[in-house]
Write a protein that binds this ligand. Structure first.
Ligand code: BES
Ligand code: ZN
Ligand code: ZN
Length: 481
């Protein structure tokens, strides 16, 4: 999708305007106001008014009450206008941004909404959909001239949303296609394209480095594990360093603690954290953020093969701590243990990890929030604000020491599931991870509840990639501190 910014001389085949309740129609379409009244158009959220003006089509999208407006309302409205233009088989859509103070924010959002709603995953269909369902709109025109700042904002939105689409596409790939080795191959491609440096630690190197927690999870699978290390701005040592890590379980069967019927269906998505971290690296490089970033991506399947790890096994993680594996289905925290300990060694200013870690996240928060756990209050604020901005909202859960008590091992230092039958499961999982970060500032994002969306206004039904724009935005905000 090519997006052009251009001063509107009533250019597009379809023109879209955005109006709040009670707002007067802009001069360009003033004459339509009386028709909209006849049709009782009030400018409510989700409401649209359309009009054929010769061979030009106009759509006016309602944004609701101005006092309650959030930028995400605009993402939804832009997607409506875009779908309308496609439905009319238009080749171009001209967007007149709404009259809001944060015009820059509006342009980021327009770039995002257009990029996210044009995404399609049809690479496995041998017969592509009929022409009728194809997207016809190939050009988006914007009504706000060539102000450099707004063009940059639009571009930022496109980059972030492209990254989200990329994470979504990887996450949607089935486990027989996106194996750990295939993930490594694709990471190398991204590294080449974006001039990132890359190291792929294979099984032999993992053994040499004593990354035993990742190795233990991989034992039951015929697919070898890998740990990928990507670096952005590697040689610019004067820039502050941040580390990001993502859970990459390309399929989670539960291992010998096999998941029950139904619970395994969506477990190809258990690599979403890894996909997002790779996508964030692509986005950060395209935005040219003035920081250094190291990404650490542990990848494996969790299978119940003949040499699978067994409940009761005791392993020694990369940082030397011993772990009793009491449930092989709590495998994400094991592979992250090695990844986080490795990240902490590099002494970054902060570590961010992204993981589909616990089913308990959706029990606790439903599908509308990412669980945030962190050891730093200032970082919590940054993450919360970034989440509101990207509409990938987070909700903080506590990390009191009582939860760490619940993870103390009987025979080893710690165990991989909490005492008390899964109570506070999202928190105890984070309390486990905390054992591996030392004193580093750390943000943990449990995305288990949001890895997939259904009938979403601008994402549709797909692997959501939710968390990608959030992490890019967090890094952007940190790069300004
Ligand atoms: N991958 C799952 C978490 C998950 C569950 C993600 C549902 C998305 C949807 C994780 O590895 C897991 O199995 N966690 C267990 C932990 C338990 C054994 C302590 C869980 O959440 O049930
Ligand atoms: Zn599991
Ligand atoms: Zn898992």
């Amino acid at each position: 999708m090519k997006i052009k910014t251009k001063l509107l001389d009533r250019g597009g085949e379809v023109e879209a305007y955005f109006l709040f309740e009670k707002e007067k129609f802009p001069s360009e379409v003033k004459k339509l106001e009386k028709y909209s009244k006849q049709e009782k158009f009030k400018g409510k959220e989700g409401e649209t008014f359309t009009f054929n003006d010769g061979n030009k089509k106009i759509i006016i999208c309602g944004l609701g009450d101005k006092k309650e407006f959030i930028l995400d309302d605009l993402r939804k409205a832009v997607a409506l206008a875009f779908n309308y233009a496609n439905g009319k088989k238009a080749k171009s859509l001209c967007i007149a941004p709404p009259k809001i103070k944060d015009l820059k924010g509006a342009f980021v959002v327009i770039g995002e909404a257009v990029t996210l709603s044009t995404y399609k995953f049809d690479q496995f269909k041998t017969k592509k959909k009929d022409d009728e369902e194809e997207l016809t709109v190939k050009e988006i025109l914007l009504k706000e001239g060539k102000r450099k700042e707004l063009e940059n904002a639009l571009n930022e939105g496109v980059i972030k949303a492209d990254a989200q689409n990329y994470a979504s596409e990887l996450s949607e790939l089935p486990a027989n296609v996106l194996t750990p080795l295939e993930f490594a191959k694709r990471s190398k491609e991204i590294a080449r394209e974006k001039s990132l440096s890359i190291k792929v630690l294979d099984k032999k190197e993992l053994k040499k480095k004593k990354m035993n927690a990742l190795l233990a999870v991989s034992e039951g699978s015929s697919q070898p594990p890998v740990m990928i290390v990507l670096e952005y701005n590697k040689n610019k040592k004067n820039l502050p360093l941040y580390a990001i890590a993502g859970k990459g379980v390309t399929f989670d069967s539960g291992g010998l603690n096999l998941k029950p019927w139904g619970s395994m269906d969506f477990m190809k998505y258990d690599k979403t954290g890894a996909c997002e971290v790779l996508a964030v690296m692509k986005g950060v490089a395209e935005l040219k953020l003035p920081i250094r970033v190291t990404a650490i991506i542990p990848l494996t399947e969790n299978m119940p093969g003949a040499s699978a790890q067994k409940p009761g096994d005791i392993i020694k993680a990369y940082n030397g701590k011993t772990i009793e594996v009491l449930n092989t289905d709590a495998e994400g925290r094991l592979i992250l243990a090695d990844a986080l300990a490795y990240a902490a060694e590099k002494k970054p200013k902060a570590i961010i990890d992204v993981a589909t870690l616990t089913g308990a996240a959706s029990v606790c928060l439903g599908k509308h929030a990412i669980a945030l756990l962190t050891n730093d209050d200032a970082l919590a604020k940054t993450v919360e604000k970034a989440g509101i901005y990207t509409h990938e909202k987070v909700w903080r859960l506590p990390l009191w020491k009582e939860y760490s008590e619940m993870m103390k091992g009987e025979l080893a230092d710690i165990k991989n599931i909490g005492s008390d039958e899964g109570e506070g499961g999202t928190i105890t999982a984070a309390a486990f991870l905390k054992e591996f970060i030392g004193k580093t500032k750390w943000i943990h994002l449990d995305i288990a509840a949001v890895d997939h969306v259904k009938n979403h206004p601008y994402l549709g039904t797909r692997a959501s990639g939710k968390g990608t724009r959030l992490v890019i935005e967090i890094l952007k905000r940190l790069s300004k501190k």
